[in-house]
Every structure is written in C-alpha cells, then in structure tokens.
Design a binder for this molecule. Structure first.
Ligand SMILES: Cc1cc2nc3c(=O)[nH]c(=O)nc-3n(C[C@H](O)[C@H](O)[C@H](O)COP(=O)(O)O)c2cc1C
Length: 360
C-alpha cells in the first residue's frame, strides 16, 4: 500500500468513538499480546494515548478451574478503563461462564480470540481454528453475548491458510451472532507474523458489517496509521509490536510528536514498568518476565547493546535497577516524578469478584 496516496486524508485520532455503550477516547487501541500485556504495559499504554487496552488472552478453562495464575490476569485497575479482557476457549457454555467472571472483575468489553495461531491453543479447538468452524464460532459469540451486559468483541485473523478470505464470510456472521465490534489482523494463521498484514481485506470487511472494525497489523507510525484508517474506513487502529518497550510510538502515532525520548525518560519508564510488574507478578516471576523488555526499551539505538546483555545476566531486579541508575543517574528524579503521578493502589484496585476465586 502506498502511504502517500492517503496521506492527505487526515483522520482525527483523538476523536472518541463507541463500541456499544462504551466510549473510547482515542482511535488507538493497544493490542493484546500474550507475555507482554501485563497491567504495567496497559497502564503505560493509556498514559501515552491508547483509548482502549486489552488483557492478553485468558484461558476459559483456567477460569473454569480457578487456576490461580489465570485469575491473576483478571486483576484490573480502574485507571486502565476502558479495558477489554480477552478469552479463548471452544465450549460455548464455558465461555459464557468465563465472560460473566471477567465482567464481574471489571472488564468493560469481553473480547473473544479467534486469531491465535499457536498450536497449543488451536489443537484444543480454540483461537484461529474456530475460523474453520463458523457455526461453533457463532454459538460461542451468541452464548457470551447473552451472558453479559458488556459488549462482546471478536479478534480474528484472515483465515487459516495463506491467501484465505474466510474472515469476510465469518465476520458478518459473528456480528449477526452478537459481536459489537471486530478486530481484524489480516494475516493467515499459517503466516504467524511473517509477510505483511493485507489491509485490503480490512477495507472489504468494513463494507460488510455495520459495527466498528479495528485494523490490526503493521501499524508502526502516524503515517501508517493515517493511511490504514483512510484506506480501510476502520474505526481505529491497533498497535502491538511497535509499542513493546516503546510507548513513545503511541505518542508519535496519536500526536505526531516524533521527538525521541531522553535517556532519562527511557530508563525511568523501564524502571517504573519493572516496579509495577514486580507488584503484579511477584519478584520471582517478574525477574524472568521483564528480561525481554530490557532490549525493547534500550534498543532503537538508545543505548549500546552491551548494556542489555549485561542486565539480563544480573541475578536480581535490585541489581538491574542499581546498574541502570549508575549509567543514567538523572533517571531517578524522572522516575520519582512518574511514580508521584500514579494513582495509589487503593484508588484504582477493583476488588476481584468472589466468584473469580471459584466461590472461595
Ligand atoms: C508476542 C505477541 C503475543 C500476542 N498475543 C496475542 C493475544 O494474546 N491475543 C490476540 O488476539 N493477539 C495476540 N497477538 C497479536 C497482536 O494482538 C496483533 O494482532 C499482531 O501482533 C499484529 O499487530 P502488530 O503488527 O501491531 O504487532 C500477539 C502478538 C505478539 C507479537
């Protein structure tokens, strides 16, 4: 697609829009990403202009069995809202029950995953494999939509095989079944993340349904976001990989502010992310989890590669923090400033519904 053709047709990314009764303040949606979309990532996304954030996909079976780690994904803060919690599973009744639980946990939207291409998920009949089972997919959406008051949304890929146009057949049927919005990532499941997202399909889907469509895939800059919106007529763009360790990409997409962050800002945001993740996952889990973020934050030519290599070898998060502040001492006051601006925990913690603990 030529970005220049559509460059003159500017879409106001700060214009609010709605999914059902839920108002979304900007046209920028932060993508659900397994192993990435923790609360710290979502909150940061909101601070940098995402109008809607989404949990990573949450196992419906995990909720059903009150798996402790799964229930941890349902801890949402009031300052994240509007927020979607995404579910994956293949049994309509179990998905409906899981949807009730996530609504009670504070989700404004319940998103259903018909896009995950990973075998661990598709071999259970969930994720993208449901694109080849449209009747079951529709029964899942119907069951979820009748179980909750929150609007139900669906995220899908173009289909399973390369070149597939299945999304154009299944998408409208999912809307008839009760989906209040569709997000299309127009790659096949087989492609995983290779090749390009084919937003010609997004444009076709927009013509076929009367609910907002969100365009996901390869939106990495303001020019690209504007081009995709103007070309497809989608209501919003979703940004995934470009925002990993790089909330400044969201700012650039929303406002065109392309000023690179200072080294102080980068280290302060990274340390804030680390602190919040420790609070969310506990120090043990967070120590491994945050390692991939070091390269994401410190890359983009911001710091020499050796720094990341050094950080991933350090045994504790305390060591990482000390080393980063040794390299960029000026990050400490920036971090303090960021932490002071955050709402306190008791202002934003939503109590988990009793049923989320399986009644215990
Ligand atoms: C590490 C990773 C994890 C992902 N996990 C999910 C997920 O849990 N649910 C989902 O619907 N999509 C998931 N996706 C797909 C993204 O939401 C998005 O559709 C895709 O990355 C294309 O957008 P991008 O080019 O902006 O990254 C994931 C993508 C990545 C890279």
């Amino acid at each position: 697609m030529s970005t220049t053709i559509f460059a003159r047709m500017q879409v106001d990314l700060r214009a609010p829009w709605r999914i059902g009764a839920v108002e979304i303040p900007t046209r920028l949606v932060l993508a659900p990403m397994a192993g990435v979309s923790v609360q710290a990532f979502r909150r940061q996304g909101r601070r940098y202009g995402a109008g809607l954030v989404c949990s990573e996909m949450v196992s419906c079976a995990g909720i059903e069995h009150a798996n402790e780690r799964t229930l941890g994904y349902l801890r949402v803060g009031a300052d994240e809202r509007p927020l979607a919690i995404q579910l994956f599973g293949s049994r309509p009744a179990a998905m409906a029950e899981a949807a009730r639980v996530v609504e009670a946990a504070g989700a404004d939207l319940v998103d259903v995953n018909f896009g995950c291409p990973v075998r661990r998920v598709t071999r259970t009949g969930a994720g993208a494999s449901l694109l080849d089972e449209p009747e079951l997919a529709c029964r899942i959406v119907e069951a979820v939509a009748s179980a909750v008051d929150a609007p139900v949304t669906v995220k899908l890929r173009r289909g399973l095989a390369d070149g597939s146009r299945t999304c154009l057949d299944v998408g409208p049927r999912l809307v008839d079944a009760g989906a209040a919005s569709l997000t299309l990532h127009p790659r096949s499941a087989r492609q995983m993340y290779t090749g390009e997202a084919d937003h010609a399909l997004t444009a076709e889907l927009v013509q076929l349904v009367d609910v907002p469509v969100v365009a996901s895939g390869d939106v990495t800059s303001r020019a690209r976001a504007q081009a995709v919106l103007a070309w497809t007529g989608a209501a919003a763009v979703m940004v995934g990989r470009a925002a990993q360790g790089n909330p400044w990409a969201l700012r650039e997409i929303l406002d065109g502010d392309a000023a690179p962050p200072t080294r102080e800002e980068v280290v302060a945001e990274l340390l804030l992310f680390v602190h919040e993740t420790v609070r969310e996952l506990g120090e043990l889990r967070a120590t491994g989890f945050v390692k991939k973020f070091y390269g994401w934050y410190l890359g983009h030519g911001r710091f020499p590669k050796q720094l990341k290599q050094e950080l991933v070898q350090l045994p504790t998060i305390g060591d990482v923090e000390r080393r980063l502040l040794e390299v960029v001492p000026g990050a400490a006051p920036v971090l303090e400033h960021l932490e002071r601006q955050l709402p306190s925990d008791d202002e934003v913690e939503l109590p988990l519904a009793i049923s989320a603990y399986g009644g215990g």
